[in-house]
Design a binder for this molecule. Structure first.
Ligand code: GLU
Length: 304
């Protein structure tokens, strides 16, 4: 299928939405981006790439990094992971402390911040260096060695991330963080600060559309069953507290970040990344969600 005309139609349709929504500024360094940016990239498992708009411009991937760190934790621990993290939608804010208290320090899922901190803790335990190991992994996924953290963003979050610090120490009090909280937080902030473009992110996510393997060399990243698990978690927990609305409108597993990016997956077909920094009330990219909704509507392709 040639997706170019569809991307062009979407690009025209979403123009009135650009500048709508709210740019995340609770991490001060994120506020500098201009509101009218929009990019979209589709990577097929056959190796074709379609993209439009600001698709080559790097942005802060923020919580989309949780997909990649979860993948690493699954490689390392398999099902043992689920003794420390749940697999249910949270129904509360991504950085809520309340739920963690009720549930004795077991985060609801790996895509809320508490869950991602436990995932980072696992990576740190296994590799000793949770900065380098994640960068190396991303380089393998993208076949590109120049993808890096945006250290100004990581620093900005470290200076202001009081709630994440509270979550980390809270997890520690329940015995669900094994490493030093400051070290875990520093690694987590760096993972969130990864600067990538839509084209790079769509490429990085292609293993999830291809049964866990990289299509260009058949390298196994995770088993096909684990790819199913990750996609299922994206569908049920990947887009904050409006995950039901996102599934209804888009019909694909997706993971969003407060930088305005969304990575979505159509198994056996493609991965797609969209970026526009204005966020809707739930924290998902406003124009990005609409663009994905249009994409599945116009192509007639979704998991349903
Ligand atoms: N680094 C951000 C935080 O922890 C990630 C939030 C997100 O993208 O959901 O607040």
């Amino acid at each position: 299928m040639n997706y170019t005309p569809i991307l062009e139609e979407i690009y025209t349709d979403i123009q009135p939405l650009l500048g709508e929504g709210k740019i995340a500024d609770y991490i001060p360094e994120l506020a500098h981006v201009s509101a009218d940016k929009f990019g979209m990239a589709v990577q097929t498992i056959d190796g074709d790439l379609y993209h439009i708009g600001d698709s080559a411009e790097k942005f802060s991937i923020q919580s989309i990094s949780k997909v990649f760190t979860l993948t690493m934790a699954m490689q390392l621990e398999g099902d043992k992971l689920w003794t420390r993290i749940g697999r249910e939608p949270s129904g509360t804010a991504f950085n809520s402390l309340v739920q963690l208290e009720y549930e004795n320090g077991i985060p609801r899922n790996p895509f809320i911040n508490a869950g991602a901190l436990v995932v980072t803790d696992i990576i740190l335990t296994h590799y000793g260096n949770a900065h380098r190991s994640v960068l190396d992994f991303i380089h393998i996924l993208c076949r590109q060695a120049d993808i890096d953290f945006d250290r100004a963003v990581a620093h900005s979050e470290r200076e202001t991330g009081y709630r994440n610090a509270a979550l980390a120490y809270f997890l520690k009090s329940f015995g669900n963080l094994h490493n030093d909280a400051v070290q875990v937080l520093d690694a987590y902030f760096h993972h969130c600060s990864l600067a990538m473009s839509c084209v790079e992110l769509a490429r990085a996510g292609i293993y999830l559309a291809n049964g866990g393997k990289l299509p260009w060399n058949d390298q196994v990243i995770v088993t096909s069953n684990q790819a199913k698990y990750i996609n299922s978690l994206m569908l049920t927990c990947g887009t904050y507290d409006s995950v039901g609305d996102f599934a209804y409108r888009v019909g694909l597993p997706g993971k969003s970040g407060v930088g305005g990016g969304i990575l979505a997956v159509m198994p056996n077909e493609f991965s797609v990344c969209v970026w526009s920094p204005g966020l809707n009330a739930s924290g998902n990219s406003l124009a990005g969600t609409r663009a994905l909704e249009l994409f599945t509507t116009l192509t007639g392709i979704s998991i349903f």
